[in-house]
Design a protein around this ligand. Structure first.
Ligand code: ADP
Length: 368
């Protein structure tokens, strides 16, 4: 009787956890990054993103190796009439992990429930969701590296044996009750593979690493988005946006939206290449996709620390940015462009960074 009540309660709880997960997530996350080039989604972007999200593997642009591998994996599971194994997706924000999770569920013709590491605060939150899953259903856990240890431990038997171990009662009378769960597929997404514990990592059947896109792939994403949004935009204009998108679909779509606003307010609404260039300049996004904060960081290293090496905390103090923000948000792109180098003694601006900012690199290379 006691158990029954708990489970029914947990089912209501699951609705709550799923409906309100963005709120939970917001409470426990740092302030959103609202730059036009930020790779993480802004809180008000969800509807816009859903409109543009590809629904099938065929519509999903790029990541060819993953698509090829995934299509075999999905077809084999469909033939066996079995749910697919648990999937781990990792890669920087905005590269398509959430989209791919939805595509997988759609291709398997199964429903999907969405939650995230920070939204699952208590063991009960996860137990509620697990006990409400239907056979074959996909459970997508975004930011899975942010799950707490107790929740992870509930997840292990759920992933391995499709069982939910519930503790019933308190004190000496407490006992564990094992509930059988339907076979489901967990899809976890992470931007920080190194923060994932190895027992959790080992329980995924397959892992896919999403990479930055080719510029021509971003261009085709932009063409599709322009069509879906009913925006008139020339090929060269879209090319301008693609080249400044940090090879990230989310950034590309967001820049398209901002350029569309500019074209509608200042011009007739059609995005020409001149309008694209003007509006991107007004957003302070340069031809490589660097924005004002990226340039401020590089300028600080070059001018205040003579090119580096400089420790992250000194750099953070000099630019009034948070250490974590520099490390997680700005630095990966600057490293990828080859503008920064990470050395044991700190961050170093490369000659490329000097050239991009119109500065003369030092005569002799800085000694490490
Ligand atoms: P992540 O979960 O990795 O942060 P999302 O899956 O939310 O990224 O993708 C962000 C946006 O970029 C989505 O709204 C989607 O429209 C677009 N997008 C991502 N990947 C692709 C892709 N391969 N093809 C087309 N659009 C994509």
């Amino acid at each position: 009787m006691g158990t029954k009540i708990r489970i029914e309660f947990s089912k209501c709880y699951s609705q709550f956890a799923i409906c309100y997960s963005p709120i939970y997530a917001l409470c426990s996350m740092p302030l959103p990054d609202l730059r036009p080039t930020a790779a993480a989604a802004a809180p008000d972007e969800q509807i816009f993103e859903q409109t543009l999200r590809p629904k099938t593997l065929a519509e999903f642009v790029g990541q060819e190796k993953i698509k090829e591998n995934l299509s075999i994996f999905l077809e084999a599971a469909r033939r066996r009439k079995e749910p697919i194994e648990h999937v781990l997706l990792y890669g920087n924000p905005g590269l398509g992990k959430t989209t791919l999770a939805h595509v997988i569920a759609a291709e398997m013709r199964v429903p999907i429930k969405v939650t995230s590491g920070p939204a699952l605060e208590k063991v009960g939150d996860l137990a509620a969701i697990l006990s409400s899953l239907e056979p074959g259903e996909v459970l997508f856990v975004d930011e899975i590296h942010r799950l707490n240890r107790q929740i992870e431990e509930v997840l292990y038997p759920a992933m391995e044996d499709f069982a939910l171990d519930l503790v019933v009662g308190k004190g000496p009378a407490a006992r564990t009750l094992r509930l059988t769960l339907p076979r489901f597929t967990l899809i976890g997404a992470t931007t920080r593979m190194s923060l994932l514990s190895s027992p959790l990592r080992d329980r995924f059947g397959v892992t896919y690493r999403l990479d930055y896109y080719e510029e021509k792939e971003i261009l085709s994403i932009l063409k599709r988005s322009a069509k879906l949004l009913g925006v008139a935009a020339g090929e060269i204009a879209l090319q301008e946006i693609a080249s400044r998108s940090r090879r990230t679909p989310r950034v590309a779509n967001r820049l398209l939206k901002r350029v569309r606003d500019y074209a509608e307010v200042r011009h007739s609404g059609t995005i020409t290449s001149e309008i694209a260039v003007q509006s991107l300049a007004s957003l302070e996004v340069d031809r490589l996709g660097l924005d004002a904060v990226d340039r401020r960081l590089l300028t600080a290293i070059i001018e205040r620390f003579r090119g580096g090496p400089v420790g992250l905390s000194a750099l953070a103090a000099a630019t009034a940015e948070e250490v974590d923000t520099i490390e997680e948000i700005y630095e990966p792109f600057l490293l990828r462009l080859g503008f920064l180098e990470r050395t044991p003694r700190g961050r170093l601006a490369t000659p490329r960074a000097y050239e991009h900012l119109g500065l003369k690199p030092p005569e002799r290379p800085t000694l490490l």
